[in-house]
Design a protein around this ligand. Structure first.
Ligand code: AMP
Length: 352
């Protein structure tokens, strides 16, 4: 286990005038690097072999390093190389999925933006739910056993797998029919959740401990195949066997203005709860996946406490970020701005 003190010792040795913002080449890496360049930082991207040309072609990567597998960034020698370049790593969805929340907490000596303890909370469905409930946020009902299913339900599996293999079931028989063909590890590790009908809103927030402020930077909807396609021809399908929920893209959305205060309350309560659950709490970008019901109530089924892929819609800023910043402010750039604002004195408040 790497302690905060270990990380802060590494930070102490850094040349703060020559910080490099780095991430792995996937997910939101382009946005993160563009934001870092806009704020005047050096950038570095860690790629799998064959991706170097792609990441080089935009002129926003000062340095490109390759690793055979992403997990290799944990090798001592590689970590030392990053530390010598005064690197602050920015975690994103693929980063957490490929390297592993536990490995990041236990083995990564390189400073990571944010509170790394949050990654263990947001990547574990049980802990995530505890956090949402503590924040007083409405969550869907869950069923411990297939026999308990008493309404249309969605069955999910662990990890950020982009909805892969999820299925719907109205009762235990439908559950058994669908789970039968799955891999053993999935058959033993599923979550059964009430399926909420409504409109999806996935707001992107940023919590700045320096300003003690939660900011709304954008909202998206995940564009999912084939469920979003099924809706267009549902009249032809009759009883469709089972839609899938695989993310294929993201769609921008704005919310009715009267819904925004509730959206902000949810975010503020989540930040408050995080301070009790894992001191000093969440830092930086986070997103909730919510459904607005016909009673205009938000039900939240997921929290991601890091930059999410939907923010790629707003590399030039969004309607909401424009209200706060009269300049193009993406989430990637907002991260870099926080690091810049922290300066030498406050870096240890945002790199934990
Ligand atoms: P998740 O892996 O939790 O992000 O879920 C993937 C997708 O499944 C979401 O983007 C939604 O479209 C759908 N989904 C997940 N949970 C629910 C739910 N409780 N009710 C309705 N749709 C859901």
């Amino acid at each position: 286990m790497i302690s905060k003190e270990d990380i802060h010792k590494v930070l102490e040795g850094y040349d703060k005038k020559k910080l490099t913002i780095a991430t792995i080449g996937s997910h939101t890496a382009l946005q993160i690097m563009k934001g870092a360049k806009d704020e005047g930082f050096r950038t570095l991207v860690i790629c799998r072999p064959g991706k170097e040309d792609f990441y080089g072609r935009f002129g926003i990567a000062d340095d490109i390093l390759s690793v055979k597998e992403y997990i290799d960034i944990l090798d001592d020698e590689f970590q030392q190389k990053l530390i010598e370049k005064n690197v602050i790593l920015i975690p994103h969805g693929s980063f957490v999925e490929y390297v592993g929340a536990k490995n990041i907490e236990d083995k990564l000596r390189v400073p990571v933006f944010g509170n790394r303890a949050v990654l263990g909370w947001e990547s574990d469905r049980g802990r995530e739910r505890e956090w949402l409930i503590k924040a007083g946020v409405r969550v869907p009902r869950e069923f411990d056993r297939p026999e308990d299913i008493d309404c249309l339900s969605i069955v999910k599996f662990p990890g950020a797998r982009g909805g892969r293999n999820y299925f719907l079931a109205k009762n235990a028989v439908e559950f058994e029919e669908n789970i039968r063909g799955m891999k053993l590890e999935d058959r033993e590790n599923f979550t059964i959740q009430e399926y909420i009908i409504g409109t999806r809103f996935y707001p992107h927030y940023f919590y700045s401990p320096l300003k003690n402020r939660v900011e709304l930077l954008g909202i998206d909807i995940r564009y999912e195949t084939n469920v979003d396609g099924v809706a267009r021809i549902s009249h032809l399908l009759g009883e469709h066997p089972n839609p899938s929920f695989v993310v294929a893209g993201n769609i921008p959305v704005v919310a009715r203005e009267s819904l925004l205060p509730r959206m902000m309350d949810i975010a503020e309560n989540l930040v408050k709860a995080s301070k009790d659950l894992f001191k000093p709490g969440m830092v930086g970008p986070f997103c909730i996946e919510s459904i607005c019901t016909e009673n205009l109530e938000f039900i939240v089924f997921e929290i991601s406490a890091r930059i999410v892929a939907g923010t790629n819609l707003y590399m030039q800023g969004s309607q909401y970020s424009q209200l706060l910043y009269d300049e193009p402010m993406s989430t990637g750039r907002r991260i870099a701005r926080e690091i810049k604002d922290a300066g030498k004195e406050n870096l240890t408040r945002i790199v934990l």
